[in-house]
Design a protein around this ligand. Structure first.
Ligand code: 3H9
Length: 697
């Protein structure tokens, strides 16, 4: 018998058990093991019913994603599930944890499904650029009807056991956590009640009911907005529709064709890179796995502004009490009122109960004194970008905080080592860079200073997990990974407008690439004053930062969405950027002052100057060890700046574009546009010289 799948008879029930940690994925060994166990069960005269159950934390969580892109090995999953369904002994699947993708498809090929109440089911293939390719698009709608199947398959969202029962996906849900026992009881019931073999393929009432429905076209229309730029969601609709238009076996063939189209699409490769990247970043290079982690049970936050408030919500949401300190009572009151309003809005949408709103608010202690930080385990400073103020704050924290407290700065650009130098414990000082809106954006860019201890590094990575963020550890330099690259893009975007492009033309090239918003719409969201302050700080520090039309906007009080006017204008209550003739005039005026004659700028030039410049900077970031691996940069950009996950992040995308193409463009702009941002990265030159990619690093 296979090492990962076993067959045992218990009484008159034949038990097939999968044991392939961590998530019982359907790798080749599991598939062949399942086939062998099924054959054994069929031959076992003493087994009246067969039960499929999994060891460990979950039922089968899907096909083994690591096998994608490699030659397919027998038995294939579609053949395996068909063999299961064709079993002439009743088959029961007992589900705990998550039955996902190929896992749910295997369960759907069993004749009965029982689950514990904590279980979840789903077909998340779409999140990997795929569609369910082992009968999911044909069997699920036979149980749920078209609309629900389309919803589940095109969003990939999981459904809890109770809802899955109501939808007809499950036949029974039981309390308890011993899945083996739950499965045995149900299997015995099948025997006792003489329940027959019942194949989902033969269930047709819902198919007949929804045949010819316009729900498919409705979904296609919806997806044009919801899934802009994506390939597989539309293929999912085609596959589900086939269940309604074709006999089962032909529907399965159609599903296979569409699945293979998705499998071969570059989006599949990009999304799978993102999936593994998101998990890989938690393994920080050079940080031993067994590094002790400090327990963070209470948090102090300095600043009740947009950032401080958003950061506080992350902790409160997972039950960690927060003390927020401000300088003035009215700033504190205002900050707390905004947090309350955010929670009340969630309550209005039904995401929280009023009681939960009150519980969360009760976890926040407003204060005007640092003395209240005496006992906290972690303090996060979230005041605006000014080194002198930050150093003053850290010196005070050093006075009041208990030994072992982690002292973090939410700075988005400034030198962590210089901040740490204001304390007598630089080993406890670290950057924790949240992204706005901090209660929503998934990225937490953790910044190690040169003296930050391993324990503190490991602890802030653990904090990221605890508050459900994707933590990426990066090195200390101006802007770290994310903003350092962003600022290069920003500089090019500004210059492109100086030279003749419109802000909306630049933004459109970026949204066409798949960004949710362009450079200038993003400046308006973050606040024009943020960039302005950073430029002013750098000018004060003696750096040569040229004048910009964006500075003029800030000086006129056009600060972005918050003043309903920035690079764009905004209607009352709307976040939709509307081009503003006043800004066009201001830009024209600026060009005149600078003696610039505007020229026609192509979209291709915008793409190259805005994105290739980031790749070149990313290569320098790698060279300098600021990011450990290209995938760290990819994940920072996907989760912090909305780089389309289906393109795998900037460095993965660069490999697809061709590093030689990128290097040639970098060299061209180095001689035409100039500036240190176009100085070719040595790493880029080396990789091109060796015929290698970032993926080879
Ligand atoms: C599919 O089924 C296609 C079929 O329709 C048709 C085929 C013909 N394969 O997330 P975690 C690893 S497509 C391989 O940290 P959690 C993961 O990389 C598949 N490995 O745990 C990590 O490894 P490491 C459809 C996998 O508890 C470890 O397991 N299914 C797979 O937070 C733990 O993962 C999906 O898309 C896999 N399928 O969450 C489900 N899944 O420790 C994808 C996980 O080395 N998986 N790993 O870093 C998930 O959504 C989550 O992993 C899950 C557990 C909810 C299961």
């Amino acid at each position: 018998m296979s090492e990962v799948v076993s067959y045992n008879r218990e009484g008159n029930i034949g038990v097939i058990t999968v044991n392939y940690p961590p998530v019982n994925a359907l790798g080749q060994a599991v598939r062949s093991g399942l086939l062998a166990a099924l054959e054994q069960g069929q031959k076992d005269a003493g087994a009246k019913v067969l039960l499929l159950v999994c060891e460990g934390r979950t039922f089968i969580a899907g096909a083994d994603i690591r096998e994608f892109g490699k030659p397919m090995q027998e038995p294939t999953l579609p053949n395996l599930v068909n063999t299961f369904e064709n079993s002439d002994k009743p088959l029961v699947a007992a589900i705990h944890g998550t039955a996902l993708g190929g896992g749910l498809e295997t369960a759907l090929s069993c004749h009965y499904r029982v689950a514990v109440s904590s279980a979840k089911v789903g077909l998340p293939e779409v999140k990997l650029g795929l569609l369910p390719g082992a009968g999911g698009t044909q069997r699920l709608p036979r149980l749920t009807g078209a609309r629900k199947a389309l919803e589940m398959i095109t969003t990939g969202e999981f459904v809890g056991a109770k809802d899955a029962l109501a939808l007809g996906i499950l036949d029974a849900v039981e309390d308890g956590d011993d899945i083996h026992a739950v499965g045995m009881v149900y299997a015995q019931k099948v025997i006792d009640e003489g329940k027959p073999v019942r194949r989902v393929r033969d269930i047709t009432d819902k198919i007949e009911a929804d045949k010819g429905s316009d729900v498919f076209d409705q979904f296609r229309e919806e997806l044009k907005k919801r899934a802009r730029g994506l390939f597989s969601p539309f293929k999912c609709v085609d596959a589900v529709e086939a269940a309604f238009n074709l006999p089962f076996d032909e529907g399965m063939k159609r599903e296979r064709e569409l699945f293979m189209e998705c499998m071969e699409s570059p989006q599949r490769a990009g999304l799978i890179h993102s999936f593994f990247g998101e998990r890989e970043v938690s393994k920080v290079k050079g940080l031993p796995k067994d590094t002790p982690v400090r327990d963070v049970k209470s948090v102090g936050i300095i600043g009740a502004g947009t950032m401080g408030g958003g950061i506080a919500m992350n902790f409160v949401n997972v039950g960690i009490p927060v003390t927020i300190v401000e300088v003035k009572q009215d700033a504190l009151d205002k900050g707390l009122a905004i947090i309350r309003r955010n929670y009340e809005n969630s309550a209005k949408k039904g995401k929280l109960t009023q009681e939960q709103v009150e519980q969360r608010m009760a976890l926040i202690t407003p204060s005007l004194t640092y003395d209240d930080f005496r006992d906290v385990d972690l303090v996060i400073e979230a005041v605006f970008e000014n080194m002198a103020i930050k150093k003053e704050i850290f010196a005070k924290l050093d006075e009041v905080c208990k030994p072992g407290a982690i002292l973090a700065s939410n700075t988005s650009t400034l030198d962590i080592d210089e901040i740490a130098s204001a304390t007598r414990r630089p080993e406890d000082v670290v950057g924790m860079h949240f992204f706005s809106p901090a209660n929503v954006m998934k990225l937490l860019e953790n910044v190690r200073g040169s003296k930050t201890s391993d324990e503190v590094k490991a602890s802030v990575m653990a904090v990221a997990k605890k508050i459900k963020k994707v933590g990426v550890m990066v090195g200390n330099c101006y802007g770290f990974v994310g903003n350092r690259m962003l600022h290069k893009r920003g500089t090019e975007a500004m210059s492109l407008v100086d030279e003749g492009a419109t802000p909306q033309q630049v933004d459109k090239v970026l949204t066409d690439l798949g960004f949710p918003m362009g450079q200038f719409a993003m400046s308006d969201l973050a606040g024009i004053d943020v960039g302005y302050r950073i430029r002013e700080e750098r000018r004060k520090a003696g750096q040569d930062i040229p004048a910009s039309w964006l500075d003029k906007l800030a000086e006129q009080g056009r600060l972005g969405q918050k003043t309903q006017a920035g690079v764009y204008k905004y209607e009352e209550g709307s976040r939709k950027p509307v081009p503003d003739p006043e800004v066009e005039q201001l830009i024209e005026q600026f060009r005149k002052e600078q003696g610039i004659t505007p020229r026609e700028i192509t979209d291709q030039e915008i793409l190259e100057r805005c994105v290739y410049v980031m790749i070149n900077e990313g290569a320098k970031i790698l060279e300098e060890g600021i990011a450990d691996r290209p995938l760290d940069i990819d994940i920072v950009w996907i989760y912090g700046y909305g780089f389309p996950a289906y393109r795998g992040g900037p460095m993965f995308w660069a490999d697809q574009e061709g590093l030689d193409t990128i290097l040639a463009a970098v060299k061209k702009y180095h001689s035409t546009v100039g500036g240190e941002q176009w100085e070719p990265a040595a790493l880029l030159e080396r990789l091109v010289g060796e015929g290698k990619t970032f993926g080879d690093l």
